[in-house]
Design a protein around this ligand. Structure first.
Ligand SMILES: [Zn+2]
Length: 274
């Protein structure tokens, strides 16, 4: 069933479990993602970056997700990942996304608060859920400047914005898949003591399995996995397409790539639903 993100995260928090959030990179993977989560009886967040949502089209993506999940018993939310512009938040909400993330993490604290409040107002009008970010999640394999979220800032940010979930910087990186990150669990612990809403792990691919579970125990109930899913599809594609005859059905070739991604999805679900 199509639903919003906030109640899923509240329930996950009560149960001490995580909700996986899988990044859609193309429309082709949407049915496979939803059906794999349903097979595992796992509530799931399907999320798209602004670039992906624009590539597919906000309305088309919403229509497909709604249609695919209508008959499923698991809750499924469609979430816009890392929107830095309010116009993109509005486009997603207007097309029927049930959840959005406003990412003002690159802005000074005061501006991040005020812009996030505007995004919250847009989401609330449509009864949609909203995630925001404070601190820095790196990109790629290298570490930037101090990425850590200040726990006191996080408490104030949540109180003043009223968001449903908060992404925090604990040393993770987007796009990382070649090595694992040494995350700062002390920072997470300190944030967890001061913030009661569900926290969000970005860059989940680069985090060791045991650390993912510790993150859940320390209040992270939305766990984002994008890169590893993409890697498993592309790795299969290199092999499958490389060996294919030119007149072979594209359907069959893509199904094998989807199956490889589905295996990774099952592993991530087992990781967060322990
Ligand atoms: Zn992210």
């Amino acid at each position: 069933m199509y639903t919003t993100m906030a109640p899923m995260l509240v329930q996950a928090k009560q149960e001490g479990k995580g909700i996986p959030a899988f990044n859609i990179h193309a429309l082709e993977v949407v049915p496979m993602m939803a059906l794999t989560a349903a097979e595992k009886n796992c509530p799931v967040i399907l999320q798209a970056s602004v670039s992906t949502a624009k590539y597919i089209g906000f309305h088309l993506l919403t229509a497909v997700v709604r249609e695919v999940v209508a008959a499923l018993e698991i809750p499924v939310a469609l979430h816009l990942d890392h929107a830095a512009k309010l116009e993109d938040i509005s486009a997603a909400i207007d097309s029927g996304f049930s959840s959005v993330m406003f990412d003002g993490s690159m802005l000074p604290m005061e501006e991040n608060i005020s812009r996030t409040r505007e995004a919250v107002a847009i989401a609330r009008k449509a009864s949609a859920s909203i995630e925001a970010e404070l601190g820095i999640v790196g990109r790629g394999e290298v570490t930037g400047s101090n990425p850590y979220t200040d726990p006191d800032d996080a408490a104030r940010f949540v109180a003043e914005t009223g968001v449903d979930a908060l992404a925090v910087g604990i040393g993770t990186h987007h796009g990382q898949y070649k090595a694992k990150t040494n995350i700062n669990l002390d920072v997470l612990k300190a944030i967890h003591e001061k913030v009661s809403i569900p926290l969000v792990l970005h860059g989940g691919t680069g985090v060791r399995d045991e650390d993912v579970r510790t993150c859940i125990r320390l209040g992270m109930h939305k766990l984002n996995f994008g890169t590893e899913l993409n890697v498993s599809w592309v790795r299969a594609a290199k092999e499958v397409f490389g060996a294919a005859e030119l007149n072979e059905s594209l359907r069959g070739l893509m199904t094998r790539c989807n199956n490889a991604m589905a295996d990774t999805i099952r592993k991530k679900i087992d990781l967060v639903r322990f």
